[in-house]
Design a protein around this ligand. Structure first.
Ligand code: GLY
Length: 382
């Protein structure tokens, strides 16, 4: 069936992906790889998580829940290993992928106990964890404040430039002739064998829809109630950082993540402020002071950037991934782990949308992610 929109008549897509963040783009890529005719619609919301995140792929240090969550995170990290060079090849652009690890300095006796638990947790999951002494540390991060004698290195943790990764994923889709629309989706209606999606001049009838709208997912009318809320994170960035270590440094108070070209991102606040994206000088100063206490060379420098993004939070630590009705699906609510979990989410949701069995049983969507787990969504299928 053909319908008319701003770009003229076109064949009906098999799947429309609502949301062009990294999860939506990688989901569209998986669907296209499986042979589906897929389109993406996105309105580039200010504060969207994908361009505003830190890009950590940290299944141990950033994993907020239990070992099951960490295991899934490790699976997604493993997918990133192959995806990163593939996306670079498909798009012809670098995504600044880095696998040097996460460095967790020991700041005090209490911190040592925390790191002991993290080390035990990593080893229990079959992940590497290495203790570094002052000499090794000084070689990796010469700017580290004197008095820090030890750190834990998690070599299995990676990081990526999330902005470059999303740009590359979009370019890779264009290479496959996937149409990317710019519009705000307001409504989805499922009827007579298709889903009609509409909003500000856009209309599309597709065989199925996947909503990957991050914190804005509940604003799409026609979806069942989904308990996803924005959780604001403010970050700052410094330039002219050139230590040999190009991964992420983490303390209980903040993280510092390198980028190619000498940029260092410091994050992040965790604020329940609705969709407010205003920047607080106080939060910016706290991040800068915290970072300078660990890295004294930052003390007299001005941050070159200060921004805020909205993580999509859910009532439990898990995202919401699965079927809402016969032709309507969701992959959203990844809170602090959207960049990390994007490849796995895409691999999980794509077969479900296409009514296929996942080729690998480890790609089945675990029940803890099903939309039907929330009271308001009990009538939903998984
Ligand atoms: N994943 C980092 C953050 O949410 O702050």
């Amino acid at each position: 069936m053909a319908r008319r929109n701003a770009s003229g008549p076109r064949p009906r897509p098999d799947v429309l992906v609502v949301g062009g963040g990294l999860i939506g783009l990688l989901t569209a890529r998986e669907l296209a790889l499986a042979g589906a005719r897929v389109e993406v619609v996105d309105d580039r919301q200010e504060g969207a998580a994908s361009p505003n995140a830190a890009g950590m792929i940290a299944p141990i240090a950033e994993s907020i829940a239990d070992q099951a969550f960490a295991r899934l995170s490790i699976r997604s990290r493993d997918l990133w290993r192959d995806l990163a060079p593939t996306l670079e090849r498909e798009s012809g652009t670098s995504i600044d992928y880095d696998d040097s690890g996460s460095l967790l300095p020991v700041l005090d006796p209490e911190g040592r106990k925390v790191l002991d638990r993290i080390r035990a947790r990593a080893l229990d999951l079959g992940e590497a964890a290495r203790d570094l002494d002052r000499a090794e540390l000084a070689e990796l991060v010469p700017d580290l404040r004197p008095g820090i004698e030890e750190a834990l290195l998690l070599p299995g943790e990676h990081r990526v430039d999330n902005r470059l990764a999303a740009t590359a994923a979009a370019a890779a889709l264009r290479q496959r002739n996937v149409v990317l629309h710019r519009a705000t989706v307001q409504r989805v209606v499922e009827a007579s064998g298709e889903v009609v999606t509409s909003g500000n001049g856009f209309e599309c009838a597709a065989g199925a829809v996947v909503v990957c709208g991050g914190a804005w997912t509940p604003q799409v009318h026609g979806l069942p109630a989904l308990p996803i809320v924005p959780v604001k994170g403010q970050m700052i960035a410094f330039d002219r950082v050139d230590w040999p270590f190009t991964g992420a440094i983490r303390t209980p108070a903040f993280y510092a993540v390198r980028r190619a070209g000498g940029r260092l991102l410091i994050g992040a606040s965790v604020e329940h402020a609705g969709f407010d994206l205003s920047l607080s000088d106080e939060v910016g100063a706290d991040l800068a002071t915290g970072a300078a206490a660990l890295l004294p060379t930052l003390k007299d420098r001005e941050p070159v950037e200060h921004w805020a993004g909205l993580r999509p939070g859910t009532p439990d630590p898990w995202p919401i991934v699965g079927r809402l009705s016969e032709r309507l699906h969701v992959a959203a609510g990844h809170f602090r782990n959207g960049i990390l979990l994007a490849p796995l989410t895409a691999r999980m949701i794509a077969p479900l949308v296409l009514d296929q069995q996942p080729g690998d049983p480890r790609l089945a969507i675990p029940e803890v992610m099903h939309p039907g787990r929330f009271a308001a969504g009990e009538r939903l299928s998984s």
